[in-house]
Write a protein that binds this ligand. Structure first.
Ligand SMILES: NC(=O)C1=CN([C@@H]2O[C@H](COP(=O)(O)OP(=O)(O)OC[C@H]3O[C@@H](n4cnc5c(N)ncnc54)[C@H](OP(=O)(O)O)[C@@H]3O)[C@@H](O)[C@H]2O)C=CC1
Ligand SMILES: Nc1c(N[C@@H]2O[C@H](COP(=O)(O)O)[C@@H](O)[C@H]2O)[nH]c(=O)[nH]c1=O
Length: 621
């Protein structure tokens, strides 16, 4: 489907636009080279000097990322922040990192450490500060200290914080350079990668609906994670197991399957003496678990059991009496479970399960990284379990290739790590720079402000489809009879059933058209779609954007004050801040596709084009 309005192509064929709009133009960690002419000029003009400059910037940004790493596990769900202040001669004057949730910002600590050396110096931040509490503490510290330039590794991943500290610093006269935006080079790419890595869980949160998941296992050289008897203590060395405690200390939760509980009776605590201890999660379909288990001791750390709805209710009661939380799922599978924990605010999960659950998690695409300890031991055993069970692959060419693989010797063991999925690169507020410009050239995706709208009583509530603005539109494509629809929502919902040769579909259209409120219209439309899918027109998925577009066009053309309001938002990104509608809305954390906001921006752009054409005609006349 290609819709053309005037000279502008609004949509790519739906499927490709949809893909584009999945909010995550996922890029492997080999980061993109910008095609921006400005960026290229800056790099070339600097020549060798530019290269030296970049090498220095890269080194300090890497240091900031290393500092940020020091708080991993202590700050969650806040990001890891590090700051280095360097003088113009390239000497480190002060450093700081966010120690834990609620403590002084890294920037303020670095400023304190650098003292009078701050004046005229450059501050290096692995990530743009997020002013969660409205006190601007990080930005104020840099401004008041007389910092001249700030180099930022990555923008804040969360949409509502993204770009605001950078804007604030610039408005205070500080030069701000963002890696990957203001200049590019190989060394800077690597430094930027370090910044992405240190906050990978938060970046995942901003881009997907599951927490960042790491699958960790210890195996013998012949690829076994236990003997044929199931005995597994210990494959890896003590040193390696201490590394596992550290890993646990950086994770919000550790997850195992029911069989691991039955076989190992694990504790799953972080026993390396620092950091926090993650929640323990057990995934079990049968709930056939022992009455005595280390995980039922929740005096220090909570345990959550996720199970199939209705499983062993009496045992559920027993667990509850021990203080163990039980959460039932209609469909117990890794994706549903991860989506649930995402909603509960978990950023990072360590999977310490056996091969059966690991295979299921990999197949569900919820595993992002693999951490494997390989011990120089051979146990043999045809039935001894291996780290990943059945994946249904039959050819070696189907094997999953890890990215950014690292090898490290830990005592006698080899530690191999790599990514199964790339860390999503950060994205502007709406899908990609190109798409943004295509939708509305007046919007600069990196610098624009965002106008959120949702409920009709909001400041921009008239942008909502539920606003009480009747429109006159025909009922269906081949129909010349114009009718009045009490709101855009009435029209949109009714269109789901238009043209279907079934009297029940006709009734449904009429019921929606005469519904007493947009809420009632939505209720009828959504529930009929779910309960009687046979009444829904076959091409609904293909035409729904077009239907919405036509309704919006009619609404904003009919009411001049609405059109003026829309035009007054020029340059801003419009986002329908629906937390649950991930198609028309922006989602809770910007993960939604925001098609309603996009259509309004598209319309705004067209209205501007129309008015400039008519102004030109008047002038020519
Ligand atoms: N060396 C190492 O790093 C490790 C070794 N091990 C060893 O591995 C062995 C256990 O491996 P394995 O049997 O794979 O154990 P797991 O317990 O990790 O996984 C399987 C169990 O997970 C539960 N489950 C819930 N939902 C699903 C789902 N959608 N798909 C798959 N499983 C689901 C089931 O529990 P239920 O049956 O209760 O319904 C199932 O039996 C033990 O010998 C243990 O010692 C385990 C972890 C790490
Ligand atoms: N056997 C084995 C591991 N197994 C994992 O560790 C769990 C036990 O954790 P805990 O009870 O806290 O000590 C066990 O159930 C399984 O998930 N891990 C490793 O690093 N190396 C090993 O050799």
């Amino acid at each position: 489907m290609i819709l053309t309005f005037g000279t502008l192509h609004i949509f790519k064929p739906f499927s490709s636009f949809h893909r584009l709009g999945r909010l995550i133009p996922i890029m492997a960690l080999s980061l993109r080279i910008s095609s921006s002419p400005l960026i290229c000029r800056a790099t070339l003009a600097n020549g060798d000097n530019g290269r030296n400059h970049h090498a220095k910037d890269a080194a300090f940004i890497r240091r900031a990322a290393d500092l940020a790493e020091m708080s991993a596990g202590l700050t969650s769900p806040h990001p890891n922040f590090g700051c280095v202040i360097a003088t113009s001669s390239g000497k480190v004057a002060g450093e700081g990192y966010l120690y834990a949730q609620g403590t002084k910002p890294a920037e303020a600590l670095a400023v304190e450490a650098a003292g009078e050396f701050c004046r005229g110096s450059t501050a290096y931040l692995n990530m743009e500060p997020g002013d969660c509490h409205g006190d601007h503490a990080a930005v104020s510290a840099l401004v008041q200290a007389g910092i001249e330039r700030v180099v930022v590794g990555i923008r804040h991943p969360l949409q509502h914080l993204r770009g605001s500290a950078i804007r604030e610093l610039r408005s205070q006269g500080i030069e701000v350079n963002v890696l990957g935006e203001d200049f590019e080079s190989k060394v800077l790419e690597d430094a930027r990668k370090a910044c992405l890595l240190v906050n990978a869980p938060l970046i995942h949160r901003a881009c997907s609906r599951v927490p960042f998941s790491v699958l960790k296992y210890a195996m013998t050289l012949d690829g076994k994670i236990a003997a044929s008897s199931g005995h597994a203590a210990w494959i890896s060395s003590k040193l390696s197991r201490t590394r596992v405690f550290e890993l646990r200390g950086r994770s919000d939760a550790v997850i195992v399957g029911g069989n691991t509980v039955r076989q190992d009776d694990p504790r799953l605590t972080a026993r390396h003496g620092q950091g926090h201890t993650p929640t323990r999660i057990v995934m079990t379909q049968s709930l056939d678990l022992p009455e005595k288990a280390n995980l039922w001791d929740v005096s220090e750390v909570p345990t959550i059991i996720v199970t199939q709805r209705g499983a062993r209710r009496s045992f559920q009661k027993f667990l509850a009496s021990k203080g163990v939380e039980v959460v039932e799922f209609d469909m117990l599978n890794p994706r549903e479970v991860m989506e649930y924990f995402h909603l509960r605010g978990y950023l990072s999960i360590l999977w310490e399960c056996g091969g059966t659950l690991a295979a299921s998690a990999i197949s569900s695409s919820v595993i992002h990284k693999v951490v494997a300890f390989v011990a120089p031991k051979i146990i043999g055993g045809r039935n001894a379990p291996s780290p990943v069970g059945e994946l249904g692959m039959v050819e070696m060419t189907q094997a999953l290739n890890l990215m950014d693989v690292c090898y490290e010797q830990v005592g006698p063991d080899m530690l191999v790590t790599g990514f199964l999925q790339p860390i999503p690169d950060l994205i502007p507020v709406i899908p990609s720079e190109d798409a943004t410009v295509e939708i509305d050239p007046s919007v600069n995706p990196f610098e624009s402000s965002i106008i959120f709208f949702y409920k009709t009583w909001d400041l921009y509530g008239s942008f909502s489809n539920f606003s009480p603005h009747p429109i006159r539109m025909p009922c269906g494509e081949d129909n010349d009879d114009y009718m009045t629809w009490p709101s855009v929502e009435h029209y949109y919902q009714a269109n789901k059933f238009v043209g279907v040769e079934n009297p029940m579909a006709h009734d449904c259209v009429e019921k929606i058209r005469t519904a007493r409120s947009p809420e009632e219209a939505a209720l009828i439309g959504r529930s009929t779609l779910r309960q009687k899918p046979e009444l829904v027109r076959n091409d609904w998925e293909d035409v729904k954007i077009e239907v919405m577009y036509m309704a919006l066009k009619c609404k904003f053309s009919t009411y001049p004050h609405l059109k003026s309001m829309l035009l007054s938002t020029a340059g801003s990104v419009l986002v329908e801040s629906s937390p649950h509608d991930l198609f028309w809305g922006g989602g809770r954390e910007g993960e939604g596709l925001n098609y309603l906001g996009r259509l309004l921006m598209q319309l705004r752009s067209e209205f501007f084009d129309d008015s400039s054409v008519s102004a030109e005609n008047t002038f020519l006349a």
